[in-house]
Write a protein of this length. Structure first.
Length: 144
């Protein structure tokens, strides 16, 4: 098997794309006057998608380690966008809820997030996108 240059290695290409996407998203959020990171947005969005969700589930659903989720939740709670409530069965775990300000922030950021994704998909056909998703799912399963 021929050795590949980094520019030919799919893992490198995925990581490069992810980093460029985050740079673009950070700039777009900053230009819109929104003080939130893409990582914090992912957590805020996940909370908005569920009636009840806890920190462990957020960690699993965002592919982030629990310590990173806790730090992000501290910031989101400090900004008044998220509220933690102790779980009945486990005092060490919390259910997470959006506050009214958090719901307003999700409503504000959603169109911006859609525009960021649209920029990344510019000149990508629906067929190419479907193919990309299928390949990424296969790669993910291969490592599972």
């Amino acid at each position: 098997m021929k050795d590949l240059t980094l520019d030919e290695v799919f893992i490198y290409l995925i990581e490069r794309t992810e980093k460029q996407t985050k740079r673009y998203a950070n700039a777009a959020l900053k230009n819109a006057g929104v003080e939130i990171t893409p990582e914090q947005w992912a957590i805020l969005k996940r909370i908005s998608e569920r009636a009840v969700i806890n920190q462990r589930e957020i960690s699993d659903l965002t592919f982030k380690d629990p310590a990173s989720v806790t730090r992000a939740l501290d910031v989101l709670e400090e900004k008044g966008w998220v509220k933690r409530m102790e779980m009945e069965n486990d005092r060490r775990a919390y259910n997470l809820f959006l506050t009214e300000a958090g719901e307003a922030m999700v409503a504000k950021i959603t169109p911006l997030a859609q525009a960021i994704r649209a920029q990344g998909l510019k000149n990508v056909s629906a067929e190419e996108l479907a193919q990309l998703k299928a390949v990424l799912h296969k790669i993910y399963e291969n490592y599972s």
